[in-house]
Design a protein around this ligand. Structure first.
Ligand code: SF4
Length: 231
């Protein structure tokens, strides 16, 4: 499978923030978010082909770290993602899968489904990337796939929010699922890869979270390391 990078870091997003983790980033994505923060795994996928045994050996170079994050790109379209997850599970580690929720789990080994459905703010430019815009818009929101995840696994939602109106959009999406989603499981993350941008959006996003009961989600890895690969 095509692997963009494997690195040892601190989980910077979501309810496991702060936990040392080995990140396995697959390369390739079925979406093309305009603000994608890992274009080397999406718009311009790069990496090297590695097999499951080789990936597991790299993970095991960090024996004190018991959490593994399968991320991307979109890890669920990666060849051999299921055998990889099974191998990580067999090694006794905790598995988080960070996915946009456009591919059904079909029994994949997973301890935390970190679901990040994309909002309209992610759509690529209609003139510059017309074909990708059509594909992206047809793919990014699949309620039946999201239901398959949340009915089978512990989960969290992470939404990337760029403007206050995004919260109305995500509320409609959550309502369309027809499930009771506790608001503390819905994390709202300010869009941005620089501290200045994140902090400026944190002001109004924090107030929105207080008013509606969602969980504000920072990006600890950007505080700690800046927007760098391998962190
Ligand atoms: S889903 Fe993730 S990896 Fe894919 S384009 Fe969007 S932000 Fe980038």
């Amino acid at each position: 499978m095509l692997i963009s990078e494997i690195f040892h870091s601190i989980q910077g997003e979501g309810e496991l923030t702060g936990i040392p983790s080995v990140f396995v980033r697959t390369s390739g994505c079925n979406l093309r978010c305009t603000w994608c923060d890992t274009p080397y795994a999406s718009w311009n996928p790069e990496g090297e082909t590695r097999n499951v045994a080789d990936i597991l050996r790299t993970i095991e170079q960090h024996p004190a770290t018991r959490h593994v994050v399968l991320t991307g790109g979109e890890p669920m379209i990666a060849k051999d993602i299921r055998p990889l997850a099974a191998a990580v599970r067999a090694s006794g580690r905790h598995i988080t899968i960070e996915t946009a929720g456009t591919v059904a789990p079909q029994g994949i080994a997973c301890d935390l489904a970190s679901l990040s459905p994309k909002l309209l703010n992610s759509a690529p430019d209609a003139l510059e990337h017309a074909t990708w815009r059509r594909k992206h818009e047809a793919t990014r929101w699949q309620p039946e796939v999201i239901r398959a995840w949340i009915d089978a696994y512990p989960y969290q939602f992470k939404f990337v929010v760029a403007r206050p109106g995004d919260v109305d959009e995500l509320e409609h999406m959550l309502a369309a699922l027809g499930r009771e989603i506790p608001r503390h499981k819905v994390l709202l993350m300010p869009e941005g890869t620089s501290l200045d941008k994140i902090r400026s959006r944190a002001v109004w996003l924090g107030e929105l979270c207080k008013a509606r009961g969602y969980r504000y989600a920072h990006r600890l890895h950007i505080e700690l390391y800046g927007n760098q690969r391998g962190t």
